[in-house]
Design a protein around this ligand. Structure first.
Ligand SMILES: [Fe+2]
Length: 345
């Protein structure tokens, strides 16, 4: 396995680059905007293909690298379903699996620091975001933070992991890089409480100043910008209402770009074909299924995904290789469902 812990000195943020092998798919957790060039260089040096960029929560102390990585690698951007960030193309909920070739991470909803905080468990280690820090816990006094919920996330979820589980947080300001659940149970001063009330009381007395970057970072991280805005301007987008009228027409081929787990969980539009987004490039090249479909019939290719972000990137990629009938369902399955579109399981 390739496992790299990368550090941003300005915000004290740890980012993690994961892959199962050289030459394979990679995933990055909590990338920082200013470090994107560095990540991309390392990804190239290790011959990796970045397919997913994940934020554990909406950060207040730095601007996320999710948007820049999406624009430069066309990777899938991932956060929890509770997040207000617009850049996200795949939303997870508690118990969902986050997968790339050869690696699986379990999403654990751990609210408290923010209401969109997730931890990710991968074998012998857990990425705890700002929920559990080394000898500390993330503050709970802004961004819908809630120390009562954080107590539950800590004592009810993370501290129930085996003692030897390695803890990799999103931040450290003292220079520590890793800990274990057992070590934190014993020596983390915030965890030496006897009740939820004691924890809430402790957290309420911290009186921390707001992070320096907060007024800049939070709005920037909420509105990173959508891939679908530019696609709509070029006339390659259909609203859910328009797409409803196209359903069942012989001149339209609906292509579902989501992963199998998303299809099973949320259902699919009847009659659609499945081309998962990571397989798109191959499928639109000469000899690929979508390429042949577009060239041998007069069918319009209508991509869709969960929220319209992956499908917008797919439209651009297909148009780039000359598949001029490619368009997408704006807002994805989410908009389709809200418009009363039928789904099959
Ligand atoms: Fe945070």
């Amino acid at each position: 396995m390739i496992f790299r812990q990368l550090f941003d000195q300005v915000s004290g943020t740890y980012s993690y680059l994961l892959a199962s092998r050289r030459g394979g798919e990679a995933l990055i957790i909590d990338p920082v905007l200013e470090k994107v060039d560095r990540y991309l260089q390392l990804i190239k040096e290790l011959d990796l293909n970045l397919v997913k960029a994940v934020d554990t929560h909406l950060h207040a102390d730095h601007i996320t690298g999710l948007g820049a990585l999406r624009d430069r690698t066309h990777c899938i951007t991932v956060m929890g379903e509770q997040t207000k960030a617009d850049v996200v193309s795949m939303r997870l909920s508690d118990g969902d699996k986050l997968t790339i070739e050869g690696l699986t991470l379990d999403a654990v909803y751990t609210p408290g620091h923010t209401d969109d905080s997730y931890s990710f468990l991968m074998g012998d280690r857990v990425f705890t975001g700002d929920t559990l820090l080394i000898r500390g816990t993330g503050r709970t006094d802004f961004q819908n933070g809630d120390s009562r919920q954080q107590y539950e996330s800590l004592f009810g979820r993370l501290l129930k992991l085996p003692d030897e589980t390695l803890v990799f947080p999103a931040h450290d300001y003292k220079g520590d890089t890793v800990s274990t659940i057992g070590e934190e149970k014993r020596y983390n001063p915030r965890l030496q409480v006897k009740s939820v009330e004691e924890y809430v009381d402790l957290m309420s007395k911290l009186n921390l100043p707001n992070p320096k970057m907060m007024d800049v970072a939070v709005p920037a991280n909420i509105k990173v910008g959508l891939a679908q805005e530019s696609i709509a301007k070029r006339g390659w987008a259909f609203t859910a209402e328009q797409a409803l009228g196209m359903l069942g027409k012989p001149d339209v081929a609906l292509i579902d770009l989501r992963e199998r787990s998303e299809r099973e969980k949320y259902g699919t539009i009847p009659g659609s074909l499945h081309v998962p987004y990571p397989a798109l490039q191959e499928s639109i090249q000469t000899g690929g299924m979508l390429h042949e479909l577009a060239k041998s019939t007069s069918k319009r290719i209508l991509f869709y995904c969960a929220f319209g972000e992956r499908s917008a990137m797919a439209v651009q990629a297909a148009q780039d290789v000359g598949l001029t009938s490619a368009c997408h369902l704006q807002g994805g399955i989410d908009a389709w469902r809200k418009a009363g579109g039928s789904l099959v399981h």
